[in-house]
Design a protein around this ligand. Structure first.
Ligand code: ATP
Ligand code: MG
Length: 635
């Protein structure tokens, strides 16, 4: 029996049990059989969550790009590695084969070296979703430089904060970026950011939009001419297993961003393993994850995981609404996508639109659908299942975090029976635990608590860049000897997990723990409601009471507001119980969201508690204007 590729439920349970009984021998076997190493490890695992210190495959030597590129050259050199779909559907898609990828990465790596970048140096990447973005990650990894991608929708302040935090020597960017009908002046944003940064010595600029930009003499260089002159082979730097591969800042929905540091060997092994199983990838599949590489999802499941498996991975430059709301489905049809992985926020946005945008296209190539980023509400799950998957594609609701590097809880398609809103079962090697407020583990099923992980898995982040103390405090101090995820979860009668939201968002009303996700889920079932967010606010008698922010569908706009409020509470009473009824309901035009599409509840919490003097870091907000509007009309 191979541990690497699980094909049915019985096998999952066998592999899972084995992985828990002896995690070291389990991962030893996976690492041994499926990767290329310059030198094997002396020890599989060394760990101490109290420090915390975690080391996987100590003593091993490798380069991740040899695993993602070189080893495929003789077997699938002419296979498409990266399939680039541009923003404008009229522009031709690009198929970059493994051979071409090898050449492009080597050339890019040589340019970095020429500009003085060495092993261990930090390079901040602020590029749109064009091939150069994926190539630049791999080029850094080729020479042992530590990349830190900053999503190219972030402001100059967010960018300079991150550059300074990691002390980057170089920034990679482009003249501009295309997003739908808009062109964004990326280079201008970089210039503004760099007025606040001293560490940056050079900026390499890719050409995309042909926007006029200013180039600072001696600091800024066009990338193309440098690549043209560069040598097409670059010997990979031999890295230690625990050498940092990249730093990635969390999306910032809960406060000051944390630079999560991921190391090389464990990250590679875990992302490759989970990619293979969660997406059941097969040689001729065309896999598409719609995330931006600026998020962990893009790092692990557009770049490293797929390429380590020799997959064809799609990179899409544009947005789901351009030129119209059918764009995703047009791409699925055009490239015969087999696995499609997106976020609940995108599903909800598309489900609001006319169904013709979906039915117009042939989606019969699809085999597996995935979701990540937030709890998916039941209505969105069904819409995805019925209209996109046509009820024949299992939905993998993958729960994980920037900190975890890879998926920790998810169904294995065609093995694990899915259940709407449930991430279901842990991946092999992952040992979840639910904890109560007193720090005791809650055993058994049909229970809920704070979600912790008891044992390290290979791709757990090793530290927060420059702040190990914060790493310890944030993740290893709430519960002794356990990694605390910050999320709440429940375990149902068969042991399936459902993520109920962040623990900060679990609201205790009259002594009852109420997760926000199930309440929002109930409200969203009302036919006039498009989306909602629930927060708690202090209440004299109940301790806390619930405040609901509700976006109406167009059809709900004309309805009597007082009646709607009654109906919403009625739906909650039916689905959850009267304890979860809302004290206040405010109808809003939008909700404050991060650029990755997540609701920033801490802002809503402050507004509900009438504590708006300091809203905290809002530099990563997509729609700051909506905050003003909500404040003006708050109850
Ligand atoms: P920050 O930590 O800076 O506040 P963030 O938590 O939004 O940002 P990510 O690491 O991108 O940054 O997101 C991880 C979080 O997203 C999880 O902790 C969880 O709350 C939520 N999440 C991700 N996937 C799922 C899922 N399938 N179901 C429910 N929640 C999910
Ligand atoms: Mg988080």
């Amino acid at each position: 029996m191979s541990n690497y590729h699980i094909k049915h439920l019985e096998e999952y349970f066998q592999v899972y049990r084995k992985s828990i009984r002896n995690p070291e021998s389990f991962w030893d076997e996976v690492a041994e059989e499926h990767f290329v190493w310059r030198k094997k490890w002396d020890k599989v695992l060394d760990w101490d969550f109290s420090k915390p210190e975690i080391k996987w495959f100590e003593g091993a030597k490798l380069n991740i790009t040899e695993n993602c590129i070189d080893r495929h050259l003789h077997i699938r050199g002419d296979k498409t590695a990266i399939l680039f779909e541009p923003n404008d559907p009229k522009e031709e898609a690009q198929h970059i084969t493994y051979k071409e990828l090898h050449e492009k990465v080597c050339k890019f790596a040589n340019v970095l070296k020429d500009k003085g970048i060495k092993k261990g140096d930090r390079v901040v990447i602020y590029l749109p979703m064009i091939p150069e973005l994926a190539i630049s990650l791999l080029a850094c990894a080729r020479i042992g430089a530590v990349h830190s991608v900053v999503f190219a929708g972030f402001s100059s302040t967010a960018l300079s904060t991150r550059i300074n935090d990691c002390g980057a020597k170089m920034v990679l960017t482009s003249d501009g970026s295309f997003r739908g009908s808009k062109t964004i002046d990326l280079k201008g944003i970089v210039d503004e950011a760099l007025t606040q940064c001293d560490s940056v010595e050079s900026v390499l600029v890719a050409k995309r939009t042909k926007t006029e930009v200013t180039m600072e003499e001696g600091r800024d260089f066009w990338l193309e001419p440098l690549l043209e002159k560069a040598y097409a082979d670059c010997e990979p730097e031999v890295m230690d297993a625990e050498d940092p591969l990249f730093i990635l800042y969390t999306s910032g929905s809960t406060g000051r961003p944390k630079g999560m540091v991921h190391s090389t060997a464990g990250y590679m092994v875990y992302t490759a393993y989970t990619f293979k199983n969660v997406f059941q990838y097969r040689e001729d599949d065309v896999y598409w994850c719609t995330a931006d590489i600026g998020w962990i999802t893009g790092h692990s499941y557009i770049v490293y995981g797929p390429l380590a498996n020799g997959a064809t991975t799609v990179m899409f430059e544009g947005v789901p609404s351009y030129p119209d709301f059918g764009r995703f489905w047009e791409i699925v049809q055009k490239h015969k996508i087999t696995q499609f992985y997106t976020a609940p926020t995108a599903i909800r946005a598309l489900a609001k639109e006319n169904l013709d945008f979906v039915t117009e296209y042939d989606l019969s190539s699809l085999k597996i659908l995935g979701t990540v980023g937030e709890p998916i509400n039941e209505e969105a799950w069904h819409w995805y299942n019925d209209h996109v998957g046509e009820k024949k594609c299992p939905i993998v609701d993958t729960w994980w975090q920037t900190e975890t590097g890879g998926v920790l809880i998810s169904p294995i398609p065609f093995s694990t029976p899915t259940k709407p809103t449930y991430a279901t079962l842990p991946m092999p090697g992952v040992q979840p635990a639910l904890m109560d407020e007193n720090g005791n583990e809650i055993k058994g099923n049909q229970v809920d608590g704070r979600l912790c992980i008891k044992f390290p898995w290979p791709s757990i982040a090793r530290t927060i860049w420059g702040d190990h103390k914060r790493y310890k405090e944030t993740y290893f101090s709430a519960f002794d000897g356990k990694y605390f995820t910050g999320d709440g979860a429940l375990r149902d009668e068969v042991g399936y997990y459902r993520i109920t939201g962040r623990v900060d968002d679990v609201i205790i009303v009259s002594g009852h723990n109420l997760g926000t996700a199930p309440i929002e889920d109930a409200i969203n079932e009302h036919q006039a409601v498009a989306e909602s967010a629930i927060v708690g606010f202090p209440h004299d008698i109940k301790g806390n009471a619930l405040y609901g922010y509700v976006i109406l569908k167009e059809t709900g706009e004309s309805r009597n507001r007082e009646n709607l409020k009654k109906e919403i509470n009625q739906v909650i009473t039916e689905h959850i119980g009267p304890i979860a009824k809302l004290d206040k309901i405010q109808f809003v035009p939008g909700l404050p969201k991060t650029r990755s599409g997540k609701i920033m509840r801490r802002i809503l919490r402050k507004i509900a508690s009438k504590d708006t003097s300091n809203l905290g870091d809002t530099s990563t907000l997509l729609n700051p204007e909506v905050v003003e509007k909500i404040m003006e009309e708050s109850l």
